[in-house]
Structures are given as structure tokens and as C-alpha cells.
Design a protein around this ligand. Structure first.
Ligand code: GRF
Length: 201
């Protein structure tokens, strides 16, 4: 299946998707960034994946920027559009257009800790566990149907940095796996629920 990845930063998540690609049912056909200096673009170049960088500051508003991206992505005919550290809210038109084909990974056990700074917020709330969620993207932030969650215990000694490090290394296993299951057809979304191997999750 054809996959387009959107990112804004370092791209360690993209790297994990690239590394797992040979054993998976997806092919990353392009990487898009809204930041021309994102290191993720370099990672794409190193893997010979075409890259497209559009600076959102060159567009007068969000909907024009998203419309431009949408056109460019459509030309590539993707089966899935995968957000991997894409740090811009997408317009509802973009989200609707790719509905059911647009996925994200968020570093918390949704619906807890939506938005930014999830590590700090989990530590400050005294949570015993944290983790990551792969989900479909809908117009409301971090709220679409959950595809897969993975959990780890929070240690007394944890700081934002140590927790982030452990969650990120978990994300790098979980995201390629979830995408592979979607692309192989093991995982499907039907009747507003997510099914794995013909069982509702
Ligand atoms: C990941 O932790 C992901 O959960 C979040 O953004 C981060 C991206 O990191 N959505 P990187 O740019 O892939 O290193």
C-alpha cells in the first residue's frame, strides 16, 4: 500500500517506519514537511524517498496551505496518510478528505493528555502509567477512533526526559506494526469500530 508521511521535526518516527518497511505491507512514496529545516527530510533523502517541503509561512492562511498540500498528496494516490510528528493542526477540509486514511501517533493513553507536553502532564497528574496511541485523525484534536495503544509503568524516578525516551522507543515499534496491520488488511475500521483479525477491538 502507498503511504505518504507528514512531519515537522526530527523524524525518529519516520526512521522507524523506513527501517520496518522491508518486512511490511507499505511503501513510503513521499515525505512532506511544513518546515523546510526538519531533519526528517534528510532521513527521507537518505532512504531515497522523495521529499516535499512547504513553508506554512509562505501561505496567508491554514486552509490555503492545507489545500496546496492536499493537491500534492492527491497526485501521489496514497492509501494512507501518516502523521509522524506533524506539529500543525490540519484543517477540517483536509481531515475530511482523507477520512479513514489519515492516522496519527500521540504520546499518551488517549483520551488522557491530549495536546502538547503529555509527559509533564502525566507526571504532574500522578499517573501510574503512560504510553502511546495510534488513532484515526478526525477534525477534533486527538479524538479519532483508537487503533492501538501501548502502555508502560511510570517509575518514581521518572523525569520528562526519561519517560519520553521510553515512550518514544515504544512508539518506534508500535507505529510500524499498526501501519503494517492496516495495510495488510488485518486491521480494519468498520461501523465506527476498529477490528483486528475479524474481532472488534
Ligand atoms: C512522536 O513522539 C509522536 O508521538 C508525536 O511526535 C513525536 C515525533 O517525534 N506525535 P519525531 O519527530 O518522529 O522524532
Amino acid at each position: 500500500k502507498r503511504v505518504v508521511v507528514l512531519l515537522s521535526g526530527n523524524g525518529s518516527t519516520l526512521q522507524a517506519l523506513i527501517d520496518q518497511q522491508p518486512d511490511s505491507h507499505y511503501e513510503i512514496v513521499a515525505v512532506f514537511s511544513n518546515r523546510p529545516d526538519a531533519y526528517g527530510l534528510q532521513r527521507a533523502a537518505n532512504a531515497n524517498i522523495p521529499q516535499h517541503a512547504f513553508d506554512h509561512k509562505d501561505f496567508s492562511d491554514r486552509s490555503l496551505f492545507d489545500q496546496h498540500m492536499m493537491q500534492k498528496i492527491n497526485q501521489l494516490n496514497p492509501d494512507y496518510v501518516v502523521l509522524a510528528g506533524y506539529m500543525r493542526i490540519l484543517s477540517s477540509k483536509f481531515v475530511r478528505h482523507f477520512s479513514g486514511r489519515l492516522i496519527n501517533i500521540h504520546p499518551s493513553l488517549l483520551p488522557k493528555h491530549k495536546g502538547l507536553n503529555t509527559y509533564q502532564s502525566a507526571l504532574e497528574s500522578g499517573d501510574c502509567e503512560h504510553g502511546t496511541t495510534v488513532h484515526f485523525v478526525t477534525a477534533e484534536l486527538d479524538s479519532g477512533a483508537i487503533i492501538l495503544q501501548s502502555t508502560l509503568p511510570i517509575r518514581h524516578s521518572d523525569t520528562v526526559q526519561t519517560l519520553e525516551q521510553r515512550v518514544k522507543s515504544m512508539e518506534q515499534k508500535v507505529y510500524p506494526l499498526a501501519l503494517d496491520w492496516l495495510c495488510s488488511g488485518r486491521l480494519i475500521c468498520k461501523d465506527n469500530a476498529v477490528w483486528l483479525d475479524n474481532q472488534p477491538l
